[in-house]
Design a protein around this ligand. Structure first.
Ligand code: ZN
Length: 455
């Protein structure tokens, strides 16, 4: 018996051996793969936790909306960040092309977007509407400084301080403007070219708004994310996420890629309107002013760019998504010249180049935002050339949202107010209808040395 049993155990052992060997092999391979995977993901996981901590800190400090909303949006953005990093991003590679999702057809998701906006419109249309005939406020921003420690320690800190606002200032401004019952509208909601006495003329349209709301236009100049901006604590570009929404993309001082909806004029306004739909009339957001000499929206689409075609392909779905979610586009000229100082020939070649390199990407627009606010309306030839390029709304910079509709060109000339360091420091009273500079001003502006010694 014993001998037979022994034989049987031996036999069983040899019979089982291939199975045991196979299972062992599978387990060992699994462990090795798991370890490698962990090693690959470790830096990304660390980066995620940095992002998470930052956004939590940011939201809790900066926003004073209801806590439930903040908490919800934080946890959502955390899981989205994780999804993003683990599935989409390879830190060591250029990611411009990866930002275009292959799996989700854009039109499908845009349909969903329209449905969302449609629901908001339904809610708004149930409010009592009254005609608004007063002055429409128009303000403008540049891309935001998300890292004031970098921006305000640069040699050109004084310029950045004068013309830009920081992320914290922008959020506080939006919140205050919203609390004061402003509602975002498009310029095309207010003005339209119409037939008048046999000629075409820009006229004001009838503007119906929910009772108690005041219309506001926001435009954004130089949303090109120029190289100097990228070096100044400003984002590098905007991208399209797997969720089909716009994200901002930056590379911080340590060389880490940061993807968020917390650092740029566009992403922050999108998030704000999501949580405050009554801040936007029929889904309106802002007007994005673009030059072309360094490409647009952070993509090198200019004529002699070595990657022109691939950059164009990368930026197209972003433009599509921006338009589908309430954003307009405007020209800010091609090369950012002072239109008063340059010759007629230079103005013509600049306008031609904008038309050939930028307009095909964003579609036609009748809005021109003057660089430096320099208005060439005293030069008939220059104006006629620009009108020939289909521009009808010419926006300068001023103390008030001034509008001139009765001019020899039958176009609109308007001044825009400028929330920035200059007005935060020197014109508090004039902006109290929108926000209080004392409450808004970023304490990190004291880093600007030329001002820090000022009385
Ligand atoms: Zn500009």
């Amino acid at each position: 018996m014993e001998k037979r049993r022994k034989k049987s155990w031996t036999k069983r052992f040899w019979n089982c051996l291939p199975y045991v060997a196979f299972i062992t092999m599978v387990v060992v391979m699994g462990l090795t793969l798991g370890k490698n995977k962990l090693a690959e993901n470790t830096p990304i996981t660390m980066k995620n936790s940095t992002l998470v901590e930052e956004s939590v800190a940011f939201n809790l400090e900066q926003w004073d909306f209801s806590h439930s909303t903040v908490t919800q949006s934080v946890s959502q953005s955390v899981s989205e960040n994780q999804l993003f990093d683990l599935e989409q991003w390879d830190v060591s590679h250029s990611v411009a092309t990866q930002s275009i999702p292959q799996s989700a057809p854009a039109n499908q998701l845009n349909e969903k977007k329209f449905q969302d906006v449609g629901e908001d419109i339904d809610l708004q249309s149930s409010a009592e509407l009254v005609e608004f005939t007063g002055r429409v406020e128009h303000i403008f921003f540049h891309p935001l400084i998300y890292d004031p420690e970098v921006a305000f320690k640069r040699k050109d800190a004084k310029d950045l301080d004068s013309w830009m606002v920081t992320v914290s200032e922008y959020k506080k401004m939006l919140n205050s403007i919203y609390q004061k019952d402003f509602i975002l509208v498009h310029l095309s909601d207010i003005y339209q070219e119409q037939e008048s006495n046999g000629s075409r003329k820009m006229l004001r349209k009838k503007l119906m708004l929910p009772k108690g709301k005041k219309p506001l236009v926001i435009s954004y100049d130089d949303v090109n994310y120029y190289q100097y901006m990228r070096e100044s604590g400003i984002v590098h570009k905007i991208i399209l996420g797997e969720d089909q929404e716009i994200w901002d993309y930056s590379i911080d001082q340590q060389g880490r890629i940061q993807i968020s909806k917390e650092r740029d004029v566009i992403t922050i306004l999108n998030e704000f309107v999501k949580t405050h739909p009554d801040f936007s009339w029929k889904g309106a957001k802002g007007t994005i002013g673009l030059t072309g000499f360094e490409g647009i929206l952070g993509y090198h689409t200019f004529g002699d760019s070595p990657n022109r075609q691939s950059e164009i392909e990368s930026v197209r779905p972003i433009i599509h998504q921006l338009k589908a979610t309430g954003w307009d586009f405007a020209s800010h000229t091609f090369g950012h010249p002072n239109l008063v100082n340059i010759s007629l020939e230079k103005l013509k070649s600049d306008a031609d180049r904008w038309q050939s390199e930028v307009e095909p990407l964003i579609g036609s627009t009748n809005i021109l935002l003057y660089p430096y606010g320099a208005d060439p309306q005293n030069d008939r030839q220059k104006m006629e050339y620009l009108i020939g390029k289909n521009f009808r709304l010419f926006c300068s910079v001023g103390k008030e949202s001034y509008v001139d509709m009765n001019n020899r060109f039958s176009v609109i000339f308007m001044d825009r107010r400028h929330p920035d360091g200059t007005t935060l420091r020197n014109h508090r009273e004039e902006y109290l209808d929108l926000y209080d500079a004392v409450e808004v001003m970023d304490p990190l502006r004291s880093l600007v040395t030329s001002y820090s010694n000022a009385p």
